[in-house]
Design a protein around this ligand. Structure first.
Ligand SMILES: *Cc1c(COP(=O)(O)O)cnc(C)c1O
Length: 383
């Protein structure tokens, strides 16, 4: 069987080879291949606009964006960070690697983002920050989070890895919180092959520190080191890919929207299938199409539906399963039953294929298989 016959959850967006070749041509003239070259600066300027943040740095990936953002706020001596377990493991790994301790809050069952009514119960004198995740591009309750953070003097660092191209109340997502971190990984809506961005709001100290941290601790001009940094610089070839892909971002989001709406239309009102809620103030990027399959409704489990799709060469993903707190490295220190909504969602969630050139007829076929497997009543409701 040919790889082309298989439908995966996503497929990276690529410009034409000619477009990319034209973009990297200048590199052969100026011999500048990394270390904040002209393409880096060009992309940085463009993304400042798209993400809605003036203080922005580009880095090697979304994970490093999170790590460096956390380090930039000087939580000296560590501290506790309130976050959620229903996310890609990177969120929690960044917290631990920044010398901090994750404390897990449950999620809202409709948006899968942090349940703000449960944050204050987790705050104590060691708490230094909240790291909420805009899961699937669903925007967290930013107003409530902001209020809680101000009351308790906490920093808010958003994991906005899923959000490139989105707006909330007309404003780019990078403008929210003390910092917002984006991923430009191949699997995301917008890619620079690998890449990421840190947006820092209203904090020159933190922004200067991010700039140093990503380049071994060197300041822009100085020859001295006063902070232990890493190497997280985005190279020129990645920046060129980002510049090309940014030209097609709106088009790609439009194509995703058609796919998203086809799924909505076909899977609406199917007993036992819960769809992602729309958020009125959010301009979406249609990055994911998650469905929640409630086994108690008709006795058909998420895993059964997934199995049926796989038998038809369609490969959805269980984002996010297992919960972060169920990974071996976290398991001994945390209890997943303390976040019951997150736990249940992780057992019922399935993210369906969505990418710009997925054919509408394929989407319809996927919906048919799902509906047929739900109606078959097959597959035990094992959990
Ligand atoms: C992709 C992702 C990351 C990590 O980004 P990379 O660019 O892959 O390092 C972090 N958090 C979430 C929620 C993600 O989906």
């Amino acid at each position: 069987m040919n790889k082309e016959d298989k439908v995966y959850v996503t497929r990276p967006s690529l410009p034409s080879l000619v477009e990319y070749t034209n973009e990297i041509r200048s590199i052969w003239d100026n011999k500048w291949i990394t270390n904040m070259g002209p393409l880096y600066e060009k992309l940085r300027g463009q993304l400042a606009e798209v993400l809605g943040a003036s203080n922005i740095e580009l880095v090697t990936n979304g994970h490093m964006a999170l790590e460096l953002a956390l380090q930039s706020f000087d939580f000296n001596g560590g501290g506790e960070v309130i976050t959620t377990p229903f996310t890609f493991v990177s969120t929690s790994e960044a917290i631990v690697r920044a010398g901090l301790t994750p404390v897990f809050c449950d999620i809202d069952p409709d948006t899968y983002t942090i349940d703000t009514s449960k944050i204050e119960g987790l705050i104590n004198e060691k708490t230094c920050a909240i790291v909420p995740v805009h899961v699937y591009g669903n925007i967290c309750n930013v107003e409530e989070i902001d209020k809680i953070a101000k009351q308790h003097n906490l920093k808010v660092i958003y994991d906005a890895a899923h959000c490139v191209g989105e707006k909330y109340k007309g404003r780019g997502i990078g403008g929210y919180g003390d910092a917002s971190c984006f991923s430009f990984h191949a699997t995301k809506v917008f890619n620079s092959i690998e890449g990421g961005a840190i947006c820092i709001n209203n904090n020159e100290n933190a922004f200067n520190k991010v700039r140093k941290l990503k380049n071994f601790g060197y300041s822009d001009t100085g020859d001295d080191i006063n902070v232990i940094g890493v190497n997280a610089k985005m190279n020129e070839f990645s920046a060129a890919m980002g510049i090309c892909n940014l030209r097609h971002l709106d088009d790609n989001i439009q194509k995703r929207k058609e796919i998203y709406n086809t799924y909505l239309c076909n899977l609406n009102n199917i007993s036992g299938i819960k769809l992602n809620e729309s958020q009125t103030m959010v301009t979406r990027n249609y990055a994911y199409f998650p469905i929640v399959i409630d086994c108690s409704k008709n006795g058909v489990s998420r895993d059964y539906v997934m199995h049926r799709l796989q038998n038809n060469n369609i490969f959805p993903r269980k984002y996010f399963y297992p919960l972060v707190t169920d990974f071996e490295i976290f398991k001994s220190n945390y209890d997943s039953s303390a976040t019951p909504i997150a736990l249940q969602t992780s057992q019922e969630i399935l993210c369906l294929p969505i990418y710009p050139d997925l054919e509408i007829s394929k989407v319809e076929e996927i919906c048919e298989i799902i509906i047929e497997s739900i109606n078959s009543g097959g597959g035990k409701c094992a959990r």
